[in-house]
Design a protein around this ligand. Structure first.
Ligand code: PMP
Length: 399
C-alpha cells in the first residue's frame, strides 16, 4: 500500500475542462464564451495602456525585491481604500478600516474566511443560489458549513427578492452572508438600491455579518456607481463588514493576482486589533504578498494622468460589453428568434444567464463550436463584432 493509494481523483474544474475541450475543437468559427475573462473587439486579452506605462516607469526605476510588509504595500492599501470607500470617507478618516493587500479577490476572501472562522467557529456562511463556484469551495475549505439564500428567478428573469429577504431573515445571528457588490456572477442580475436598503435592514436586524465581494467594480455602471452599495452600508450605520476587492478584471491583470480585503470596524482601536489578526491569517498562509502587480495598480491609481487613463480604459470595457448586450438582443430578434432576450440588456457585468438549457448549451458546443457553461451562463465580454453573428446563428438554431 503506497502513501497515496487511497487518494481520489478530484473532479476537474468544469470551466477549465471546457477550455481544454475548446482548444481541441476544430470548428473554424469556434467561440469561447465559457471563461470569465474580458476580451477586446479583436478577441484579444487587453494589456491596458495605463498598466503598460506604470510598468515601464517601474522598470526604468527598478527596485530590489525585498519582502513586503505582511499587509502589503501601504500606498496600495490606501489606494484601494480610496476606491472602495471614497477618498474623503469618514470611516477612513476615523481609522476604522483595516485593508490588506491580497492575492487576487480570491485571496481577500480566503484571508477574511480564515479570520472569521477563528472569530466565530460555529457561524454558518450563506452564498447566493447560484454563486461564483469558488465561494462554496473556499468557505467550505476554511471550515464553514455553507448554505444558500434564494437569488436567481428563472421564470421572471431576475432576482427572487422576497425569497432572498426571507432566507436572510431566517438566518441565525452571526451568519456570514456573502453578497455580490455588483455584476452578479453568474447570473448578471443585480438588486436595486432600494432592495439593498432592505437587505441592509435585515442584516442589521438579524445581526448577520455582511461580506461584500467586489470583483467587477467599474464593469456595471461606473466605478462610483458600482461601489455605491458600500456607501449604503455605511450610511445605514452597519459598523462592521467585509469587502473583498479584485483588480483582475478592472485592470486586466488576471495573472498578477492583485486584490485586497477591507474590514470596516466600529472604531480605530478595533481596527488595530482586527488588522493584527488579518496579518496572522496572511502570515500563516503565504507570509506576505508579491510586489509587482500591486505596485503597478498603486502607481496607476496614484498618478493622476494614469488614473484618468485607467478610468477611460475601464469605461471602454464597460461600454463595449453593453454594446455587445444590445447587439446580441437586436441580432437575435432580427434572426427571427421568438424568445424575448431583452433581459440580457438588464443584466450587468461580464456574464449573462442566457436562460438556455443544458441540452441547448451542449448543442451550441457540438454543432457550432460555441462554448458556454451548462448552466446557460455565457461571457458577454468575449463577444465581438466578428464572432457575434456566428453566436446569434447558433442560438437561433437551438432555441
Ligand atoms: N469573486 C467573484 C464573484 C469572481 O467572479 C471572481 C473571479 N472570477 C473572484 C471573486 C476572484 O477574483 P480573482 O481572480 O481576483 O481572485
Amino acid at each position: 500500500m503506497t502513501l497515496f493509494a487511497a487518494v481520489e481523483l478530484a473532479p476537474r474544474d468544469p470551466i477549465l475542462g471546457l477550455n481544454e475541450q475548446f482548444a481541441a475543437d476544430t470548428h473554424p468559427a469556434k467561440v469561447n464564451l465559457g471563461v470569465g475573462v474580458y476580451f477586446d473587439d479583436a478577441g484579444k486579452l487587453p494589456l491596458l495602456a495605463c498598466v503598460k506605462a506604470a510598468e515601464a516607469a517601474m522598470t526604468e526605476a527598478a527596485k530590489p525585491r525585498g519582502y513586503l510588509p505582511i499587509d502589503g504595500i501601504a500606498a496600495y492599501d490606501k489606494a484601494v481604500q480610496g476606491l472602495v470607500f471614497g477618498a474623503d470617507s469618514a470611516v477612513l478618516k476615523a481609522g476604522r478600516v483595516a485593508t490588506v493587500q491580497a492575492i487576487g479577490g480570491t485571496g481577500g476572501l480566503k484571508v477574511g474566511a480564515d479570520f472569521l472562522k477563528k472569530l466565530n467557529p460555529t457561524a454558518k456562511v450563506l452564498i447566493s443560489d447560484p454563486s461564483w463556484e469558488n465561494h462554496r469551495a473556499l468557505f467550505t475549505n476554511a471550515g464553514f458549513e455553507v448554505g444558500t439564500y434564494a437569488y436567481y428567478d428563472a421564470d421572471n428573469r431576475g432576482v427572487k427578492f422576497d425569497a432572498l429577504l426571507a432566507d436572510l431573515d431566517a438566518a441565525a445571528a452571526g451568519t456570514v452572508v456573502v453578497l455580490h457588490a455588483c455584476c452578479h456572477n453568474p447570473t448578471g442580475y443585480d438588486i436595486t438600491p432600494t432592495q439593498w436598503d432592505q437587505v441592509i435592514a435585515t442584516v442589521k436586524a438579524k445581526g448577520l455579518v455582511p461580506f461584500l465581494d467586489m470583483a467587477y467594480q467599474g464593469f456595471g455602471d461606473g466605478i462610483a456607481e458600482d461601489g455605491a452599495v458600500v456607501q449604503q452600508f455605511l450610511a445605514n450605520g452597519v459598523d462592521s463588514f467585509f469587502v473583498a476587492t479584485s483588480f483582475s478584471k478592472s485592470f486586466s491583470l488576471y495573472g498578477e493576482r492583485v486584490g485586497a480585503l477591507s474590514v470596516v470596524c466600529a472604531d480605530a482601536d478595533e481596527q488595530k486589533r482586527v488588522l493584527s489578526q488579518l496579518k496572522i491569517a496572511i502570515r500563516t498562509n503565504y507570509s506576505n504578498p508579491p510586489t509587482h502587480g500591486a505596485q503597478m495598480v498603486a502607481t496607476v491609481l496614484d498618478t493622476p494622468a494614469l488614473r484618468a487613463q485607467w478610468e477611460e480604459e475601464l469605461a471602454g470595457m464597460r461600454v463595449r460589453i453593453k454594446q455587445m448586450r444590445t447587439l446580441l438582443v437586436e441580432k437575435l430578434a432580427a434572426a427571427g428568434v421568438k424568445t424575448d432576450f431583452s433581459f440580457i440588456t438588464r443584466q450587468r457585468g461580464m456574464f449573462s444567464y442566457s436562460g438556455l438549457s443544458k441540452a441547448q448549451m451542449e448543442r451550441l458546443r457540438a454543432e457550432f463550436g460555441v462554448y458556454g457553461v451548462d448552466s446557460g451562463r455565457i461571457c458577454v465580454a468575449a463577444l465581438n463584432s466578428k464572432n457575434i453573428d456566428h453566436v446569434v446563428a447558433a442560438i437561433a438554431a437551438v432555441v
